[in-house]
Ligand binder design. Structure first.
Ligand SMILES: Cc1cc2nc3c(=O)[nH]c(=O)nc-3n(C[C@H](O)[C@H](O)[C@H](O)COP(=O)(O)O)c2cc1C
Length: 170
């Protein structure tokens, strides 16, 4: 982490990238905790909440979330998204958006859509760096469904039932 602090201090944008693990990967929570030294502990009250600011020598002006999940709907990102937004609010930095890819593992079997999604990801990166924000259109393209909700649930459940009954999963 000591090696990371100088890089974090000189970065313009902090990109938090994590899978959804009911709801947050432990390593990501540890990383967020270790961002504390970047925050100056002078507390202010804004909109009814206690907040602080980054130290003067920290250049970060925006925080962005990149996240992948296994289940179908974007609602699964709700808590992870809130944690990233909360970090931005606590440190008085703009939350500049979230790149969310639900049922990400299905990109492997849908190469055509995966290519469109990866192109949109690159576009989102360019937009963020050049314009400081990502358009809804590009973010929607990245999050687009790859299968129906019912079909995904059926697949998960069939796989599990097979394992439970001693057969090989799909
Ligand atoms: C322990 C664990 C918990 C998970 N919890 C969720 C969850 O709550 N919601 C969800 O949509 N996906 C969940 N997933 C699926 C992962 O978010 C998804 O497979 C993601 O693509 C994994 O990324 P990784 O391969 O980089 O770990 C979970 C996976 C694991 C292993």
């Amino acid at each position: 982490m000591q090696m990371l602090y100088p890089k974090l201090r000189s970065a313009d944008i902090l990109v938090l990238a994590t899978p959804v693990y009911i709801p947050l990967l432990g390593e990501m929570q540890n990383f967020i905790n270790r961002l504390c030294p970047l925050i100056e502990p002078i507390l202010e009250k804004r909109d009814g909440r206690t907040r602080a600011r980054l130290h003067e020598d920290v250049k970060i002006r925006k925080i962005v979330l990149v996240s992948a999940s296994g289940w179908w709907e974007k609602g699964n990102f709700g808590t992870v998204l809130r944690i990233a937004e909360e970090l931005a609010e606590d440190s008085s930095v703009e939350f500049a958006g979230a790149i969310l890819r639900p049922h990400a593992f299905l990109m492997d079997e849908n190469k055509e859509k995966a290519e469109i999604i990866i192109d949109a990801l690159k576009q989102a990166g360019f937009q963020l760096v050049k314009e400081g924000r990502m358009t809804d259109e590009v973010l929607e393209t990245i999050s687009q469904p790859l299968i129906s909700e019912e079909e995904l649930r059926r697949r998960f459940n069939d796989s599990y039932r097979k394992v439970k009954s001693g057969q090989k999963p799909n």
